[in-house]
Design a protein around this ligand. Sequence first.
Ligand code: FES
Length: 121
Amino acid sequence: MHSPRQHADDPAPAYEVHVFCCVNQRPATHRRGCCASKGAQALADYMCRRGMVTLAQRAIRINVSGCLNMCEHGPAMVIYPEGVWYRYETEQDIAEILDRHVKRGERVQRLMIRDFSRVHR
Ligand code: FES
């Protein structure tokens, strides 16, 4: 499926799957909180380590990122090209997302973020 924003002469995507996981840190008093205060850095480190082992030989990239604007749901990640969002709390959550969504193209319904009503536009 092609995005309506894709042009016929665009180069092929560099990655089959591109994952961004927020590790943004804010002061404890910030009204929106932050993913770092919920353990995002350690979980992102685990995600990168596990990804290197389980996704080797695939054109899959996992990047840490700044704020993805899903702070209230965090720790948050987004997976492209499909643009599906997840929240996660444990290494087991990450393993399930990597193994099922990223590796096999399935979905992890219980962890998907579906409420975008608090996204600041
Ligand atoms: S601080 Fe992580 S999404 Fe905003």
